[in-house]
Design a protein around this ligand. Structure first.
Ligand code: THU
Length: 130
């Protein structure tokens, strides 16, 4: 469980909801937004972007991770994903793996859980020590 009172959950939820309004989802008509708190305090966001070749669809979390790197990198500390009504959404399986890479197992998700809880026994590439 994640219980870090310092995480601005209300703001993350508002930013995710706001991002969902920019979704390009003409096939599913399911608009998703994601917002993440970075370890330097900034907030990054993303929305889902669908494609006529359905399997190429980018989830909102993909856009958020791209925004993370585009705006200076760092590590995600907490993430919120919502639908167009601002209701919390569980990240899909692929995005759990993305969140592991961008935030690590301790990254808090959706006010009540963590990446470690959402993706137990995860695959991690054995990078050499630097
Ligand atoms: N979607 C996301 O953006 N994030 C998820 O974690 C789950 C699914 C999007 C993909 C697609 O555009 C729509 O929701 C319906 O699956």
């Amino acid at each position: 469980m994640s219980e870090d009172a310092a995480i601005p959950w209300a703001e993350l939820r508002a930013r995710a909801h706001e991002a969902s309004r920019t979704a390009h989802a003409p096939y599913s008509n399911f608009h998703v937004g994601a917002a993440g708190l970075v370890d330097d305090g900034r907030i990054v966001t993303g929305c889902n972007v669908e494609n006529a070749s359905y399997g190429l669809t980018l989830c909102a979390e993909c856009g958020m991770v791209s925004d993370l790197h585009r705006t200076g990198g760092g590590r995600l500390v907490a993430v919120t994903v919502t639908d167009a009504d601002g209701e919390l959404l569980a990240p899909c399986g692929r995005c759990r793996q993305l969140l592991l890479e961008a935030g690590g197992p301790g990254c808090a998700v959706n006010e009540h859980t963590t990446v470690a809880e959402l993706l137990p026994d995860a695959f991690e590439f054995p990078l050499p020590e630097d």
